[in-house]
Design a protein. Sequence first.
Length: 375
Amino acid sequence: MPSLKKTCSQLLHDKIYYKNILHDPNFDLSKVDQGMADRFESRGADHLPRIITAYNNAKEKQAGMSSAYQVGNEWLPIFNKYLYEVAEVLKQADQQKLADIYNNFMRDDCSIGLHGLSFSMKRDFFSGKISKYNKRKFMCDIIHRMQMWKQIYGTKIALEELESPNLGNPYGIVLDGLFIRTGSFYNHHYSQHIGRLLRRNSTARKTVLEIGAGYGGMAYYLCRDVDNLTYVALDLPENMALTAYYLMTAFPDKKVFLHGEQEIDESTLKKFDIVLISNTDIEKLPSNFFNVTFNSYSLAEMSQETINLYIQQIMRVCNQYFLHVNHNKNSETIADHFGIDESRFNLLYQTPALWNFGRNIHMDEYEYLYQKIPT
């Protein structure tokens, strides 16, 4: 077992980096209260009947599938404790209760594990007065992410590009008069990364598959910024429903296909801008269809059986790049052991994912980019 004590170099690194954050001109604890201010808006109710129907169709199908398609491993305790209410509301088709939950999802239990809402977030930030300790912790994390984003993009991309819809009562930080939602730096970065990979492909219609889209944070920027795109996300039914609410409300003019509404084939997928389906549909996806397949963290949180299933399917449906960010130490199956067939996919790089504050040296998260080997 590795020692819990940090090395001298790690301690020195943390001290220097923490000092850099404290001296950032945006480090202002009063910004936390601004960022946590209530932004509740009632939106998206007209999409709920479709979402409820898709959810219940997906649950019916999931019930007859193997254990690889069921809630399991690290997601199971989160699901049982925090997603039970929204699952019941979806099952009962209670549109009013569902609207109440989704219009506040950034601060509701239904999104725990899907974005920055931690298990203690409601207690620490939304239950009354925020302690100075929690304000400093929040500011350190978000300033770190901002600094990382600025190091990568400098003046090439304006902060205005990080703005996103006021959906789900979001929280974050106000910078130069702009409200930036928590998670935007990370999500925007990976949408840009995927966009660059897509530009290497000569096909007119670009195709992206995301395994586990969270609430749709990365997808928002990708679908906003990439023209002639078919974006497909598949997830557990409860997560799929939230993704559908966010993206359908954010993009009322885009053509969206939900689970069970049509047959899944190549010609059908190319007719839609956004396709949101259950994890049980992965075997229906056409082979060699997706220019880029992306996963952020969830693969390493799955059971070995489920990882094996997903990796085999990813290698089948992906025709160019497989990009993922996952744990490489503290998980049942680490990212190095996912089982990518080296005769079919070439590892272009493996690099630390530096988005989480204080983990630049002693970290657990890595970014991988694979390219399919032509046959």
